[in-house]
Design a protein around this ligand. Structure first.
Ligand code: SF4
Length: 328
């Protein structure tokens, strides 16, 4: 029996290389290792929990995001790719789980507190925002997910999902397996200005960037801040360009760059040129797939429809068990 994996992403639009290295590559590996039955979804209802007043681009962003998933190597024949809001059973289970989730479990959620403190420009004092972990729990357990790929900061969410599932099983009957977090070490990629790669900082390199767009961004990347002149030796350990080389350039060339940087044998302009060439080569299968899907949007819609149908069949079967257990 393959282990069922559940994971979703909020549709924030085109994905950047931080998303690719941080989550998508792992999704693709899980899909391809032959041991997992992967369900990946566009978490469009979750986009509304914090951005309820700016929904204009959610549909467009959802499509862009699925194109990036397919470009990165997600295969609709191997993984179920679907849109959360197309499966109304998520909402029903969310409501029912809301009945049994004690309020303090939600109030102590560290992300809830952090986001409310940090995102002062948004009014996050809503019922939907407080309750998003309950929706997350519904998203996972409605498919009887056994594994959830997460970073360390997401661990409390999986723990809460487990607590909610455990409570349901205790109050009614054993319906849900308790999902395990699948922790993965992911390389953290910084944006071209050396800060966290983020759309809001306008410092991202997107999966779809190629040609001049990619070249311009690579040329603008911050390097070792202490290397002021061409003849100064550099330190690749603190250089963002070098971090990218480690991901996109061949091993022996990376070792050579390391040596040449420390002895001022290579200048940053040449180093970036080589990075651009390495990235273009490494990303070319992704770019090819991306261009193909951008030209065939009807194909993407068909993939989503098919994924929705597959997901709905599983969700409907679970909900029958849930209604039976809750005597509804
Ligand atoms: S030569 Fe390359 S690795 Fe060294 S500081 Fe310049 S950009 Fe960074």
């Amino acid at each position: 029996m393959k282990k069922r994996i559940l994971s979703g992403m909020r549709p924030t639009g085109k994905l950047h290389l931080g998303n690719l290295q941080g989550a998508l590559k792992n999704w693709v590996d899980l899909q391809n290792d032959g041991r997992h039955d992967c369900f990946y979804f566009v978490a469009d209802w979750h986009a509304l929990t914090s951005d309820y007043n700016t929904p204009d681009r959610i549909r467009e962003n959802s499509l862009d995001m699925v194109i990036d998933w397919l470009s990165a190597g997600l295969d609709p024949e191997k993984s179920t790719l679907f849109v959360q809001s197309a499966i109304k059973e998520h909402a029903e289970l969310y409501l029912l789980l809301g009945m049994i989730t004690p309020l303090p479990w939600l109030e102590r959620n560290p992300t809830y507190k952090e986001m409310r403190d940090e995102m002062t420009e948004k009014d996050l004092g809503t019922y939907g925002f407080l309750g998003y972990p309950v929706l997350q729990a519904a998203d996972i357990i409605i498919y009887k997910g056994q594994g959830v790929p997460v970073g360390v900061d997401q661990l409390p969410h999986v723990e809460l999902t487990r607590e909610i599932a455990r409570r349901f099983n205790f109050l009614y009957r054993e319906v849900f397996p308790l999902p395990e977090p699948l922790l993965t070490a992911v390389p953290k990629l910084l944006g071209i200005d050396g800060r966290k790669m983020s759309k809001s900082y306008d410092n991202s390199i997107y999966i779809g960037d190629e040609g001049d767009a990619l070249k311009t961004k690579v040329s603008a990347m911050f390097t070792d801040p202490q290397r002021m002149r061409r003849k100064d030796p550099g330190n690749p350990d603190i250089c963002n360009v070098y971090r990218f080389h480690q991901l996109y350039t061949g091993e022996s060339e990376v070792a050579q760059i390391n040596t040449d940087c420390r002895t001022a044998g290579i200048g940053c302009t040449d180093c970036k040129k080589r990075l651009y060439e390495g990235m273009l080569l490494a990303m070319s299968p992704i770019h090819e797939r991306r261009n193909h899907y951008c030209r065939h949007l009807d194909l993407v819609s068909d993939i989503i429809d098919k994924g929705n149908r597959r997901a709905a069949a599983v969700a409907k079967a679970t909900m029958e068990e849930v209604r039976e257990a809750m005597k509804i």
